[in-house]
Write a protein that binds this ligand. Structure first.
Ligand code: 5GP
Ligand code: ZN
Length: 114
């Protein structure tokens, strides 16, 4: 997808602090962390948002959560807990139109979100 910053990061045309890479997913540190641990898990395949996820993406979406779980364990935030977030569209606060899962941990989150 031209002009997509996460496609650029996935394809290593743009730098990031990559912490996980497999055939379908990558994970890297958020450039503007909102918590001591703030990692983005991103499918290599460009998907705009949850709006356009289909049954064909079912396994990918499951793996997204499993990779997040592994990263939470490696960062020792699983015990105290953490938050997984997928912002969707304008009202959801999505700013990068390439589907991604935020892992936020290392501090107590509040609810409701802002
Ligand atoms: P969204 O608002 O779409 O849910 O989340 C996008 C996230 O991507 C934001 O938390 C933002 O800080 C992060 N981000 C935007 N541009 C870059 C970048 O170039 N590199 C990295 N590592 N994170 C980015
Ligand atoms: Zn993309």
């Amino acid at each position: 997808m031209p002009d997509c910053i996460f496609c650029e990061i996935v394809n290593k045309r743009m730098k990031s602090e990559m912490i996980h890479e497999d055939e379908e997913l990558v994970a890297f540190k958020d450039i503007n962390p909102q918590a001591p641990v703030h990692v983005l898990v991103v499918p290599r395949k460009h998907i705009d948002s949850v709006n356009v996820v289909t049954l064909d993406d079912m396994i990918l979406m499951g793996k997204l959560v499993l990779v997040a779980k592994e990263i939470a364990e490696k960062n020792n935030i699983d015990g105290d807990g953490y938050r997984l977030v997928i912002n969707n569209g304008v009202n959801g606060g999505q700013t990068v139109p390439h589907l991604h899962l935020h892992i936020l941990g290392g501090r107590r989150m509040t609810w409701p979100p802002g």
